[in-house]
Design a protein around this ligand. Structure first.
Ligand SMILES: CC(=O)CC(=O)SCCNC(=O)CCNC(=O)[C@H](O)C(C)(C)COP(=O)(O)OP(=O)(O)OC[C@H]1O[C@@H](n2cnc3c(N)ncnc32)[C@H](O)[C@@H]1OP(=O)(O)O
Ligand SMILES: NC(=O)C1=CN([C@@H]2O[C@H](COP(=O)(O)OP(=O)(O)OC[C@H]3O[C@@H](n4cnc5c(N)ncnc54)[C@H](O)[C@@H]3O)[C@@H](O)[C@H]2O)C=CC1
Length: 292
């Protein structure tokens, strides 16, 4: 039985911690999964939707191209080689069960829905080797390895440690996080961990401010960029993260803590999501975007 206290499965011996993680399976090829897959190791990127995988490969190629342009400014041929080699390390699959057969680490990045994640982990647990670590990139539901968007740029990794996480699993996750170039912080298995527990209520308060008509979307965003030094305003950031993801997070918290005013549903957010206006990824949220 998988424990969702934190990580589904723990390493049992400390010697196992020493062995490097060679094969990584990233499940969910959307916004986050496609970023995590660029971590630079042997990765199998899995999505149930094969069109998503084609889009992910294109976006990974573009992002690697940006990196190559910077590193190999003087030598474009080396840059092309770098991109081809990095892309060559990323396989794709639309079958999660087959993809974890010889994996060492699973990072799940599918939709933020507990029942769907639970169902997936049950299947993976039965199919993966016994030493494999299973972690989730969930924004708020339970522990794991929490990356930030855009993954290649954001330097933080939250390593979420719960009551069931063994010392070995925790140490391996910290090591792996460092190996893929992130600064790791540790947090208990608590709603939203550190970043989202602070960031999501802030975004929600900005949506409520806008919903009340207290200021325009543009002015709210300008205020926080120029007045607080944030790289993006809260409504721009909500569109960037995905309004569906924001709603999933809030709904999950509200279900658990209905008395907490900050977690109450926001009619405007619900309306935008029900209209399919999910932000950058669908071409419209609080703002309009060129569809990708
Ligand atoms: C919901 C959750 O569970 C948790 C979350 O993720 S919450 C969201 C956390 N993320 C944030 O808060 C992001 C806030 N925004 C930012 O930091 C910045 O606006 C940003 C990094 C996204 C873009 O920065 P910008 O200066 O406006 O744009 P831009 O000039 O295009 O990009 C800056 C650099 O990042 C790089 N970059 C941007 N997006 C990239 C991507 N997807 N892949 C690779 N590189 C990228 C650019 O190439 C550029 O690099 P150089 O400076 O070396 O040229
Ligand atoms: N959007 C963001 O800024 C961040 C999101 N997260 C978390 O990462 C996870 C993924 O979020 P996004 O990438 O934004 O979502 P997304 O909607 O862009 O991608 C999710 C992908 O999962 C696929 N999928 C759904 N069910 C599946 C299954 N059973 N098996 C395989 N693939 C399946 C979908 O086809 C979709 O392509 C969520 O848990 C989210 O909370 C974490 C950090 C930041």
């Amino acid at each position: 039985m998988i424990q969702f206290g934190v990580i589904a499965r723990n390493f049992s011996s400390s010697s196992a911690v020493q062995s490097a993680i060679k094969n990584v399976t990233v499940i969910g090829g959307g916004l986050m999964g496609s970023g995590i897959a660029q971590a630079g190791q042997n990765v199998t990127l899995v999505d149930v939707n094969s069109e998503v995988l084609v889009k992910a490969q294109k976006s990974i190629g573009n992002n690697l191209g940006r990196v190559a342009k910077k590193i190999y400014k003087e030598n474009p041929q080396e840059g092309e080689k770098f991109v081809a080699e990095a892309l060559g390390r990323i396989k794709t699959s639309s079958d999660p069960v087959a993809a974890v057969k010889s994996t060492d680490l699973v990072v799940e990045a599918i939709v933020e829905n507990l029942a769907v994640k639970h169902d997936l982990f049950k299947k993976l647990d039965a199919a993966a080797p016994s030493h494999a670590i299973m972690a989730s990139n969930t924004s708020s539901l339970f522990g794991g390895l929490h990356f930030f968007n855009p993954v290649p740029v954001m330097r933080l990794l939250e390593v979420v440690r719960g009551a069931e996480t063994s010392e070995g699993t925790y140490a391996t996750m910290m090591e792996w996080g460092k190996a893929v170039g992130k600064t790791c912080i540790t947090c208990k298995d608590t709603p939203g961990f550190v970043v989202n527990r602070l960031l999501v209520p802030y975004i929600c308060e900005a949506i409520r401010l806008y919903e009340r008509g207290d200021a325009s979307a543009r002015d709210i965003d300008i205020a926080m960029k120029l007045g607080a030094g944030y790289p993006m305003g809260p409504l721009e950031l909500a569109d960037y993260v995905g309004l569906d993801t924001n709603k999933f997070i809030l709904d999950g918290w509200f279900k658990k803590y209905p008395e907490q005013a900050l977690f109450k549903p926001i009619p405007l957010l619900n309306k935008l999501v029900s209209e399919g206006k999910l932000g950058v990824k669908t071409g419209e949220g609080f703002y309009k975007y060129e569809k990708k």
